[in-house]
Design a protein around this ligand. Structure first.
Ligand SMILES: [Zn+2]
Length: 171
C-alpha cells in the first residue's frame, strides 16, 4: 500500500491504496497470496547503489545485521545489509527498527519490507502466526518496534538513496 502510494507520488493515502492493503491482507489470511520472496530483495541489493541502508553514506561500509545475532538474528543474506561504520556503531546490538525509531525517523519502505519478511518467516517457522499479538511469544525481534501507522507518503521513501535524490530534485 505504502509502496504504491510513494511510487505514484501521492500526497496522502487514498482509497486505491487502502484497497491494495485490504486485498493483500485477505490474500495472506486465506493463503492465496504470499509475501514476495526474499530473493527479490536480494536482487534489489545488487541493483541498488551500494550505500549505508540507514543514512545513504557510501563511505566506510560494513555489513550489519538487521536483527542482531546477539538477539537471535540469523547470519544469513536476508538479515545482512550495508551500514556505514558510524551507523553500525551507533546502532550497536539494537534491533534496526528500534534504533531507527529512537532517531525519530521512519524506515525506508524496502528496508521495512525486508524486515517484515524476516519477522513473518520467523513466526511461520515457529508456528505462531495465529497467536494473539496481545501476548507475543519470545522472538528475536520486537513486535512493538513494527510501525502500525505510517506518515504521509510524500515523507516516505522506498530506499534511503531515493531520499537523497528527491531532496536534490526539490531544490
Ligand atoms: Zn550510515
Amino acid at each position: 500500500m505504502a509502496h504504491a502510494a510513494v511510487e505514484a507520488k501521492a500526497e496522502r493515502f487514498k482509497t486505491q491504496h487502502f484497497m491494495i492493503r485490504g486485498r493483500l491482507f485477505k490474500g495472506l489470511q486465506s493463503g492465496q497470496m504470499q509475501l514476495g520472496s526474499l530473493a527479490d530483495d536480494e536482487r534489489l541489493k545488487m541493483i541498488l547503489p551500494q550505500a549505508c541502508c540507514y543514512c545513504a553514506s557510501r563511505q566506510f561500509l560494513t555489513v550489519d545485521h538487521l536483527i542482531p545475532t546477539s538477539r537471535g538474528g540469523e547470519n544469513c543474506g536476508e538479515n545482512l545489509v550495508w551500514a556505514c561504520r558510524g551507523c553500525n556503531s551507533s546502532k550497536g546490538a539494537r534491533d534496526a527498527l528500534v534504533w531507527i525509531a529512537e532517531r525519530g525517523t521512519f524506515p525506508p519502505l524496502l528496508l521495512l519490507r525486508r524486515y517484515l519478511k524476516i519477522a513473518v518467516g520467523l513466526c511461520q517457522d515457529r508456528g505462531v502466526m495465529h497467536e494473539p499479538i496481545t501476548n507475543p511469544p519470545p522472538m528475536p525481534f520486537l513486535f512493538e518496534a513494527i510501525p502500525l501507522s505510517y506518515p504521509p507518503p510524500r515523507t516516505l521513501c522506498l530506499w534511503i538513496t531515493d531520499r537523497d535524490s528527491s531532496a536534490t530534485a526539490d531544490g
